[in-house]
Design a protein. Structure first.
Ligand code: SF4
Length: 55
């Protein structure tokens, strides 16, 4: 079931509802790989889990 509060286009994540581009988790963890994040590209969804090939 989609979480209407979390839109996400990362369809290779197993938590993504591809058809509607929403996350299905109740809560996600967002982090950064930069010392001083300044643009959106500096942030990461740490709840990402790669979709496996066969479900
Ligand atoms: S866990 Fe993160 S990357 Fe995966 S669908 Fe949810 S918001 Fe997107």
């Amino acid at each position: 079931m989609k979480n209407p509060s979390i839109k996400c286009d990362v369809t290779s994540c197993k938590h993504n509802m591809d058809s509607e581009h929403y996350c299905t988790l109740d809560c996600i963890q967002v982090g950064t790989h930069e010392k001083n994040p300044s643009v959106p590209e500096c942030t990461d969804c740490l709840s990402f889990t790669k979709k496996s090939c066969c479900g």
